[in-house]
Design a binder for this molecule. Structure first.
Ligand SMILES: Cc1ncc(C[n+]2csc(CCOP(=O)(O)OP(=O)(O)O)c2C)c(N)n1
Ligand SMILES: [Mg+2]
Length: 348
């Protein structure tokens, strides 16, 4: 990532794991071989899934809006590594990666994209509206910023019930300028709610760059007037995300209230499938891909440390591709919902 003013995560209390500095000045977690391989597999699953979704969209199998998460994989995978059973996740419309990271099935997500019966919302929600009570995933929201208030509500529920679960509310740099975000910050700080606000700063909101839309571009400081601590994190390095996640989760679980993590990340594709992304140069994208790709970083470390050979990593890729191919076959062969489904799941 381009160097930016960074409130180093290392300025906080000692990380739970041994840590060293990365180029951006943040703390990064030491990953064992198993952790690196797990992160590699999970990020690759998201990458391959999104590539396939893009293809199916182009072939006309997916209708409506579809926002791909390619480039941002380290954020959800790193955050998820710090969670325990019962912790909740909520996000906006760029949600396929979050769902896969939560353990929702590739079949269920892909079949929802194609509007089929076996989709996670029975084919009635599509890309932006999927949920799983079982995996504690609360959507999938098309209204920019709405998930922030709902995520704060999830944290309120945890506090009310007296459990020690935390909720993760993901939102974008564009969403960070929405009014309800600050109403949520106020309540969360006032009642010390266990919510981690994760700003996925991928530098653009549709076609508008952060610097053109935001008076304060350090999103980690957006909670300052409410006394909410915040930190910038290298969101392209899964180890940096994990280290920040560990500390943030500990902060929330121990009753200290909300916290903000700004993930410095990047989306490789356009905003949605209809965006040719002409507002940025090809060089800018290429530089991120070649110098900061989250998956390539893990791959290089695995090979360099002798923890996996190129062939073994190709085998992981094959296994992941098989899962994705199976989900795509299912998403094309599963029937569409029955017309009677139009009258179910309706609140009157
Ligand atoms: C309340 C509301 N206003 C506007 C829109 C249109 N809209 C959809 S996505 C988007 C940009 C959001 O960008 P960001 O929060 O940075 O998320 P990203 O797409 O980069 O993940 C806008 C303005 C909307 N869906 N909802
Ligand atoms: Mg954005």
């Amino acid at each position: 990532m381009a160097p930016r003013k960074t409130a180093s995560v290392s300025s906080r209390k000692a990380a739970a794991k041994p840590a060293k500095k990365d180029f951006a000045g943040g703390t990064i977690a030491e990953f064992s071989k198993e952790a690196e391989l797990k992160a590699y597999r999970e990020m690759l699953l998201i990458r391959r899934f999104e590539e396939k979704a893009g293809q199916l969209y182009g072939m006309g199998f997916i209708g409506g809006f579809c926002h791909l998460y390619i480039g941002q994989e380290a954020v959800v995978v790193g955050m998820q590594l710090a969670l325990k059973e019962g912790d909740q996740v909520i996000t906006g419309y760029r949600d396929h990666g979050h769902m896969l990271a939560c353990g929702m099935s590739a079949r269920g997500v892909m079949a929802e994209l194609t509007g089929r019966r076996g989709g996670l919302s029975k084919g009635k929600g599509g890309s932006m509206h999927m949920f799983s009570k079982e995996k504690h995933f609360y959507g999938g929201h098309g209204i920019v910023g709405a998930q922030v208030s709902l995520g704060t509500g999830l944290a309120f529920a945890n506090r009310y019930r007296g459990n020690d679960n935390v909720s993760l509310a993901y939102f974008g740099d564009g969403a960070a300028n929405q009014g309800q975000v600050y109403e949520s910050f106020n309540m969360a700080a006032l009642w010390k709610l266990p919510v981690i606000y994760i700003v996925e700063n991928n530098r653009y909101a549709m076609g508008t760059s952060v610097s053109r839309a935001s008076a304060q571009t350090d999103f980690s400081q957006r909670g300052a007037s409410f006394g909410i601590p915040g930190y910038q994190v290298d969101g392209m390095d899964v180890r940096a995300v994990k280290a920040a996640a560990d500390e943030a989760v500990e902060h929330c679980r121990s009753g200290k209230g909300p916290i903000i993590l700004e993930m410095l990340t990047y989306r490789y594709r356009g905003h949605s499938m209809s965006d040719p992304a002409k507002y940025r140069s090809k060089d800018e994208v290429q530089k991120m891909r070649s110098e900061h790709d989250p998956i390539e970083q893990v791959k290089a470390r695995l090979v360099e440390k002798g923890w996996a050979s190129e062939d073994e990593l190709k085998q992981v890729d094959k296994e992941v591709r098989d899962i994705v191919a199976d989900s795509a076959d299912f998403a094309q062969s599963d029937p569409e919902p029955d017309v009677a489904e139009l009258y179910t799941d309706i609140l009157l």
